[in-house]
Design a protein around this ligand. Structure first.
Ligand code: FAD
Length: 457
């Protein structure tokens, strides 16, 4: 750095931030990509990591390694916590709690969404969400440890609690998790235990709507529901999970019927999303409007009204017709890079036009939904299409080959190669030996920290 080239600061190395940074590689600007995790995570395959099919290395890639071919792009580890739009400066926090500052000429906010507990933050301690690698590992620990703990117990209600899994939210992630736990129980784990019969594991899927996968056409979701029922997933619609405890959930009916308690030691939460804390703070100091989930209203070129130097892309961009999917983030990243190049060339910016290339959802081995315009596929053909799309967008050639190899091995044999979970260090007071993972407690603590930062900011 240290020259007069415009400085572009991108917050977040997900689909939006990474595609923007890549497109600005080689352009006459200095790009800094700041990410709190320093790696790009392929979120659509997080559930396969959580249920032991893939490793975290197969679904993620170091941003530094990914962007090494672009000398004008710097990647930095840190969490953006404060924005000063007048000074055009962002304050970032290192993981050791110390701070540093980054100045910009252009700011691209691509920090994504996080799991929402609809104001019931205390649920997070017992019901991990599914947004980060930490979440995936936390879920892996809880699911596999539940079977292991059940094996040590005599038959009875306590053992049954460990063999009952509750999933809140029947969108793609909830459906994928529910289906995978039943597949795990009936295939990979079926013949490995001596005391319990893993096939008896109950998987309960709760949703406030009237069907699974609401964003797909009803004909497709009917097929998905039949397949889930065949797998043994118990679906409950028109309900919301109104309480989560160490040993169970309460489910309330939306039509005013009586509440019902279910005894379970594993609750997974995929029910809603909200803007990350930095985005809420940024909207406030920029004077930008937000929707209920905290998405920031943007102009047609994806810049914030009144701040043509600040863009918002991906899941955080609040504009009609922009869905929270990877394709929107990738296209937004490329569009903003194009706007910056046009500014440098002194030509007018173009409006962002999102092109819907379709969506896909995995149901079970050999079954997936694929919907692209008039094309609607289910079953094996949908599954092959789903696999092709996911491999095409997975970051890193090595990850693509190793994921294909792992999938082929797990089709040929029932086993799952990445079941290892961590239960804490031996004799370490800071890492107690517990199924109640330090990871998910850390997640809870970090939500508290975020709120504290926000209030302080
Ligand atoms: C489990 C799951 C499954 C999904 N499946 C699909 C699918 O099948 N198909 C599909 O199209 N979409 C899917 N999605 C949605 C898709 O992943 C998102 O739409 C997409 O990732 C959004 O990209 P983004 O760049 O806006 O944000 P993200 O990809 O979420 O990236 C945000 C980045 O910002 C970083 N960050 C956050 N806060 C800060 C901060 N304060 N400072 C610095 N860095 C920060 C994070 O570390 C992260 O790297 C799925 C999402 C999830 C969670």
């Amino acid at each position: 750095m240290g020259n007069d080239r415009p400085r572009v600061l991108i917050i977040g190395g997900g689909f939006g931030g990474l595609f923007c940074a890549r497109r600005l590689g080689g352009v006459d600007v200095d790009v800094t990509l700041l990410d709190r995790a320093a790696c790009h995570v392929f979120q659509p395959l997080l559930y396969q990591c959580a249920t032991g099919t893939l490793s975290i290395g197969q679904i993620s890639r170091s941003l530094r390694e990914e962007l090494a071919p672009h000398p004008n792009v710097t990647t930095l580890l840190g969490e953006a916590i404060k924005l000063d739009p007048e000074a055009r400066r962002v304050t970032a926090r290192r993981p050791d709690e110390s701070m540093y500052e980054l100045d910009y000429d252009y700011l691209v906010i691509a920090a994504g969404m996080r799991q929402s507990y609809f104001g019931k933050e205390e649920f997070a301690a017992w019901a991990p969400g599914m947004k980060t690698l930490d979440d995936a590992l936390s879920i892996r620990r809880r699911v596999f440890a539940a079977f292991e703990i059940a094996e040590t117990l005599p038959p009875g209600p306590e053992r049954d609690e460990w063999l009952t899994f509750a999933v809140a939210g029947a969108g793609p992630t909830g459906v994928e998790l529910a289906g995978q736990i039943r597949e795990l129980a009936t295939r990979a784990l079926a013949n490995e235990f001596h005391s319990i019969d893993p096939e008896e594991a109950r998987v309960l899927l709760f949703d406030g709507g009237d069907r699974v996968l609401k964003s797909f056409a009803p004909a497709l979701t009917d097929r998905a529901a039949r397949e889930l029922a065949r797998l043994g997933v118990e679906m409950h619609f028109g309900v919301h999970v109104s309480d989560v405890r160490r040993d169970g959930v309460t489910v309330s009916s939306k039509d005013g019927g009586p509440d019902r308690d279910y005894a379970t030691r594993t609750v997974l939460w995929t029910a809603g999303v909200e803007a990350v804390p930095f985005a809420r703070h940024a909207a406030e100091v920029l004077g930008a409007k937000t929707d209920r989930s905290g998405r920031i209203s943007v102009d047609a070129d994806l810049s914030v009204p009144g701040h043509s130097e600040v863009f918002v892309i991906g899941d955080l961009a609040g504009r009609d017709g922009l869905p929270g999917v990877a394709e929107n983030a990738m296209q937004g990243g490329l569009h903003v890079a194009g706007c910056i190049k046009r500014d440098l060339g002194r030509s007018a910016r173009k409006d962002f036009r999102y092109r819907d290339l379709g969506s896909a959802a995995y149901i079970s081995r050999g079954h997936a939904l694929l919907q692209a315009g008039p094309i609607k596929l289910t079953g094996l053909i949908g599954w092959l299409g789903w696999g092709f799309i996911h491999i095409a967008f997975l970051t890193g050639v090595r990850n693509r080959f190793s994921t294909i190899a792992t999938w082929m091995a797990s089709i040929a044999r029932a086993n799952r190669s990445d079941r290892t979970f961590i239960l804490g260090g031996s004799g370490h007071p800071e890492e107690p030996y517990t199924w109640q993972s330090a990871v998910h407690q850390g997640h809870h603590a970090s939500r508290e920290n975020s709120r504290r930062d926000q209030n302080a900011g």
